[in-house]
Design a protein around this ligand. Structure first.
Ligand code: M6R
Length: 620
């Protein structure tokens, strides 16, 4: 959602904060703003639009040198993406500057209270209320060390909703305070300097030593007193230390035009790293980090997979694999719907939550609901130390590395692979698959990085095709079995990047209505299952290709090498290496990512930061 940066230390705060914002811009790009605190007072600059707009202003009117600074990049919720609504927000007397990620749900009542006291608001945001409350609370708080933190605790106790807040006060030129509930915040610890960030990317260029903050905690960083963390009541808390396991280079484009292209290219590595250390030599899976006992795993009688967007599509693929391998019923649901329909959950239900960021609010709320109902929760997550794995009973990290482009690519493939691992591990522990059967599939998993690398070497025709589709009005995606979620993912990628209407369908469902939209020349992408193994499925899809072609569709067929049956019906044929049916999404997704990226690029759009979106959605 929004990106938050804070800095206290000897470097010029303005530069450190701006650099942090550059790395966090993928979290939101409706506006950007910075405030620095000097002995002379507070200086701020903010602008609607991308960070580049703010940088232009700062190039003409630089902020003064300072050792304390905060910065914000916004994904708008309350109030449009204007200069006025850009953060930081100041209190009416100018003493306090605040930046915020999240939504203050009771802001209307609090705003009414401030207005009744004579405060005039300068913006339409929910955030501004915090600046006024904090300024008022500060005057009521006894003087002495920790005064701003004490005021922040008092204000935080009154807030409802989700928030990460960072604030500074003109009377405390050496101090920043921050507070968090349901929204991410990490602290970077350097040599005589401290950083605050929505995620570690904000400070990775300076330090890899970090501290995790828990729910409902306030942190004070002070040039003299250092780092102090308490809960909202003021009880000291020891924050959990961790070392970031990637470096600044991992968050650079590395010669690619777009982060998305770099991340697509990194997919073989992301898969290999996600498998690393988890496949034993004897073919057994070793998932020590799944902190559920064998007995707990044996007691599971139902699985829910809950997630959003691309992660939801990974969940749909998981269903096919987990049910097939374990014979445990699996339901897959979008997180935003899950808790509102009162799902039947108990101690023997396993809820698998999938999230790249580990911060998606819909998924977090679903997780909490599942835990309230006594279900066991296993998180599949890419960001170490984020909220979702922290609150889950067990976690299986995907090791895809930092994903900066808003559209998920490498994290998706890593999630699918992690889901396979969960399914096979359950089958192994429950004894429903023989060791050699698990070993055979494990062996195939080991081949996946090479298979994806091979797909990547054959993408020039796909790029060419993408350029020819740039003016398409609508594109349909069809698939059956595990090809169906791949079709959904292909359509999502196209919509979010190229702003072209696209829909994914179960290929067999088309004839029940949607086939009516097919017209002369409508591009239809068909994900074809392997002709080996489940050949009935294959022949049905070949029939579906013929059906759409008979109605004028321009068919774009993704089929495995050696599948000759599709050749007569394919206007464009994209080949992928042979893999067993359940594993095919790992290879068939790749051309669809490239296609969407190329179409968006040809249409002149920002591939990494599509309009209206943010990388991590921390509101419900
Ligand atoms: O961080 P998460 O995996 O929880 O995010 C879920 C979705 O918001 C995310 O997958 C979104 O759909 C992507 N932009 C798709 O490319």
């Amino acid at each position: 959602m929004c990106g938050i940066v804070g800095y206290v230390g000897p470097q010029n705060a303005r530069d450190v904060v701006l650099e942090g914002l550059r790395r966090l811009e993928y979290r939101g790009y409706d506006s950007a703003g910075v405030a620095v605190l000097t002995g002379e007072g507070m200086a701020t600059a903010k602008r609607a639009g991308k960070l580049a707009n703010l940088e232009k202003v700062l190039a003409e009117q630089p902020l003064p040198e300072a050792t304390i600074g905060i910065g914000h990049t916004r994904w708008a919720t309350h109030g449009g993406p204007t200069d006025r609504n850009a953060h930081p927000h100041l209190s009416a007397d100018g003493s306090v500057a605040v930046i915020h990620n999240g939504i203050i749900e009771n802001f209307a009542a609090l705003r009414g209270e401030c207005e009744a006291a004579g405060v005039e608001f300068a913006s339409e945001t929910d955030t501004e209320v915090v600046a006024h409350l904090l300024a008022a609370e500060y005057t009521r708080t006894p003087e002495g060390p920790g005064r701003l933190a004490e005021a922040m605790r008092a204000v935080s106790r009154r807030l409802e909703g989700a928030f990460t807040l960072v604030a500074s006060h003109v009377a405390e030129p050496d101090t920043l305070v921050a507070s968090r509930r349901n929204s991410p915040l990490v602290v970077g610890v350097g040599d005589g300097e401290y950083f605050l960030g929505s995620d570690v990317a904000a400070f990775i260029a300076h330090t890899r030593e970090a501290r995790e903050l828990g729910q409902d905690q306030v942190v004070e960083i002070d040039r003299q007193r250092g780092l102090t963390v308490t809960d909202f009541a003021g009880t000291p808390v020891e924050p959990k230390a961790f070392t970031v396991d990637w470096d600044a280079e991992a968050a650079e484009k590395g010669g690619h035009d777009w982060f998305m292209l770099k991340e697509i290219a990194e997919q073989p590595q992301a898969i290999a790293d996600t498998l690393l250390g988890r496949l034993g030599d004897d073919g057994e899976l070793v998932l020590d980090e799944v902190r559920l006992s064998d007995q707990e795993l044996r007691d599971i009688d139902k699985i829910f997979v809950v997630s959003c967007g691309t992660s939801f599509h990974a969940g749909l693929i998981a269903k096919y694999a987990i049910e097939h391998w374990t014979r445990i019923p699996v339901e897959v649901e979008v997180a935003s719907e899950f808790r509102y329909r009162d799902p039947v959950l108990d101690r023997s239900t396993l809820v698998v939550v999938i999230s790249q960021s580990g911060e998606t609010m819909d998924t977090l709320m679903a997780l909490r609901h599942a835990k309230d109902q006594k279900a066991r929760v296993l998180a599949i997550c890419n960001v170490n130390g984020s909220t979702i794995p922290r609150e889950s009973d067990a976690v299986l990290y995907t090791h895809a590395g930092p994903e900066i482009a808003v559209a998920s690519t490498k994290s998706f493939l890593a999630q699918i692979v992690a889901c396979y691992l969960v399914g096979l591990f359950l089958a192994q522990v429950r004894g429903v698959k023989y060791v050699d059967e698990v070993a055979a599939i494990v062996d195939e998993l080991r081949q996946l990085p090479d298979a994806v690398a091979r797909v990547l070497t054959q993408m020039e025709p796909v790029r060419e095709l993408g350029r020819s589709l740039a003016d398409a009005g609508t594109i349909l995606f069809l698939g059956r079995h595990v090809g169906f979620p791949v079709a959904l993912e292909g359509a999502l990628k196209l919509k979010e990047l190229a702003y072209i209407h696209a829909e994914g369908f179960a290929a067999g469902e088309l004839k029940h209505g949607p086939i009516a939209v097919i017209d002369e020349g409508t591009p239809v992408v068909v994900v074809v299952p392997s002709p080996r193994g489940r050949s009935v499925l294959h022949s049905k899809v070949v029939s579906n290709i013929q059906e759409v072609r008979a109605r004028g569709a321009r068919t774009i067929v993704i089929a495995e090498e050696g599948d000759e049956a599709v050749v007569p019906y394919a206007d464009h044929l994209i080949r992928v290496p042979r893999t067993s049916t359940l594993l095919t999404p790992v290879v068939t997704t790749v051309p669809l990512q490239i296609l969407a990226c190329e179409i968006a690029d040809t249409r002149g759009f920002d591939v990494d930061q599509p309009r209206n979106l943010a990388k991590s959605v921390t509101v419900e």
